[in-house]
Design a protein around this ligand. Sequence first.
Ligand SMILES: [Zn+2]
Length: 128
Amino acid sequence: MENNKMEIIQMTKPVKCHLWTNDNVCRDDLGCDNFELIETFVDESHFSRWLVQCKECGQLYFKEFYEEIDWIDGDDPQYVTYVPVKNADEIEKLKKANIFEILLFQPCLRKDYPKGAEKPKVYWLGKN
Ligand SMILES: [Zn+2]
């Protein structure tokens, strides 16, 4: 591998979105009722990717769902990522990124639900 340098890819901040302006963004803000499904790119039981749109402000997000399989007691850790996007070009780049590379597209909103956690942790990567 020639280029394994991890560089942040700067995305446009979704400054009008409640997900951005709310400092205490939580799981309820990420409910399916808050988003319109625009397109499905991948739809597998442990890995999915969609283009969704915030119903409140119209902001587009590239959404990824990823679940690690916990073979021992079935408490599968789950990770959801929302990357704000504004054009087809950005969406194409995200489609090519793997589950690690996608985190370089910042700012992005994450919902981590690790094994054994009582509730998920929701936070922005690269907000400040
Ligand atoms: Zn919004």
